[in-house]
Design a protein around this ligand. Structure first.
Ligand code: ATP
Length: 449
């Protein structure tokens, strides 16, 4: 999507308070962003819809909230301590480190780095990459770098107190599998969903909130009988695409991972990609994680982790289908998709065409004339707020500017309080996308929501 300018979008989101540069008064912190009120409202709407579509609407999917810091053995068993590594190489000319896979992918994407030793890759890069990011190169040795954030638990800082911030939320579900199964008494197939923060010490966080070191995920682990995994995996790809449509995001594409792209735990993965202004990128992924995680937790903990079919008494370790969505990345795609500049007759307007289900405010109430109509407008505002409708109020500046402001933050309807409102109970309702206005009775507002 080359026709949208990322900087313009970022500036717009900063200007209206969706996003702030984090720690700005101290010069910021690399690629770290705080979310303002409008950003939070949007995120909450996205998360609530996810919960509704994947959990509330299913009679066999339930929720969990596990912790960010878990016993280190969880990460040994999951393979994150030994496998969650990026290979980095340093350009000694500028002292910067780069991801080896990124360099190779850009210079010669047909090379399968999984099949090469570190020495072979290093020799190849030294021979073939004489310039990188406009800088001459003098490459050092390849070093492995674990993406997990480390910290220390308790007052003593030593190896024994070292713990990790979770790099994915899935493991909290796997280690609770027996608890959940026992207390919920759900029969396979069943799913467990969770929303929460994950942390990855990304080497090159970039592209605004697309890749950050702290981010939020919405994940579902759906436990199935081995043999039924492929069918359900395909069903979840469709379900996730349908969810994106419900949010108003239509232009996404599927990308199936080939063998060399699969994570260490996966039998199959399909990414759903979106065409960002900086290029196509993964929005979310659906993976068939097989029984890899449960099996490894059983092995490392020495505890029995299995499912007994109550009808046949057959015992097995279930397979897992996982749709995993990054909340921040999805919000970014939705905002980019919604951002439009419209040329008008003598003017232009910036508009966020967010679906009304996720728009931060559903309605703005504005008095046509502050002096004459503001008292009654505030009454109507309070009626809408008491009905739990996300509503904002604006009485400052010309009416035209107030409409533009609501367009810019994606409010689908503006209710204008006019002379007729008090006596005849009539207001005008302005539609964001068409800018059309019509007179309606006050009690008709609900039907637009
Ligand atoms: P990538 O290839 O972009 O690093 P990944 O394949 O490692 O992503 P997963 O482990 O599959 O990502 O995580 C599931 C989802 O979590 C991703 O599809 C993305 O939406 C989100 N995600 C992963 N890493 C980040 C990050 N650093 N910042 C923001 N969101 C992220």
């Amino acid at each position: 999507m080359k026709n949208k300018n990322m900087n313009n979008i970022i500036n717009h989101l900063k200007k209206f308070g969706f996003v702030y540069q984090s720690s700005k008064i101290y010069g910021g912190l690399a690629n770290t962003w705080d979310y303002g009120h409008l950003g939070i409202l949007l995120i909450k709407n996205i998360k609530n819809l996810w919960w509704k579509e994947f959990i509330t609407k299913s009679n066999n999917v339930i929720g969990l909230e596990s912790k960010i810091i878990l016993n280190n053995k969880v990460w040994e068993a999951s393979g994150h301590i030994s496998n969650f590594l990026d290979s980095l190489i340093e350009n000694k000319v500028n002292g910067k480190r780069y991801r080896v896979d990124h360099i190779i992918k850009k210079i010669n994407p047909s090379i399968n780095i999984e099949k090469l030793s570190n020495l072979e890759i290093e020799t190849w890069i030294k021979k073939n990459v004489k310039k990188w990011e406009n800088e001459k190169t003098n490459w050092g040795k390849i070093k492995k770098f674990n993406l997990m954030f480390e910290t220390y638990q308790g007052p003593v800082v030593d190896l024994k107190s070292k713990v990790y911030l979770r790099p994915e939320i899935a493991q909290g579900i796997f280690i609770n599998f027996m608890n959940i199964q026992r207390t919920s008494r759900l029969k396979i197939p069943f799913g467990v969903g969770q929303i929460g923060k994950s942390f990855r010490n990304e080497v090159t966080p970039r592209n605004f909130i697309f890749r950050t070191r702290e981010f939020e995920q919405m994940e579902l682990e759906y436990f199935v009988k081995p043999g039924e995994d492929e069918k359900i995996y395909n069903e979840y790809i469709n379900k996730v695409e349908n969810f994106l449509k419900i949010l108003g995001l239509k232009n996404t594409t599927r990308k199936k991972h080939n063998n060399k792209e699969l994570a260490h735990y996966a039998k199959a993965t399909t990414d759903i990609e979106y065409d960002f202004p900086f290029g196509k990128g993964e929005l979310l992924g659906i993976s068939n994680r097989t029984d890899y995680d449960l099996k490894n937790h059983a092995k490392h903990s020495g505890k029995k982790i299995e499912y007994k079919d109550p009808n046949t008494n057959e015992k097995y370790i279930p397979y897992v289908i996982e749709p995993s969505i990054g909340v921040d990345r999805l919000m970014l795609a939705l905002l980019i998709d919604a951002y439009k500049i419209e040329e008008l007759k003598n003017d232009k307007r910036i508009i966020l065409k967010l679906d009304k289900k996720i728009a931060p405010y559903k309605i703005a109430v504005v008095p046509l004339n502050k002096k004459n109509h503001s008292k009654f407008a505030k009454k109507i505002l309070n009626i809408l707020l008491n009905k739990n409708i996300s509503t904002t109020y604006d009485e400052n500046g010309s009416i035209g500017r107030r409409y533009r402001r609501q367009d810019a933050i994606g409010t689908p309807y503006v209710i204008t309080i006019i002379d007729k409102t008090k006596k005849e109970k009539k207001v005008t309702i302005r539609h964001r996308d068409t800018m059309k206005q019509e007179e309606i009775f006050l009690d008709e507002i609900d039907k637009y929501l």
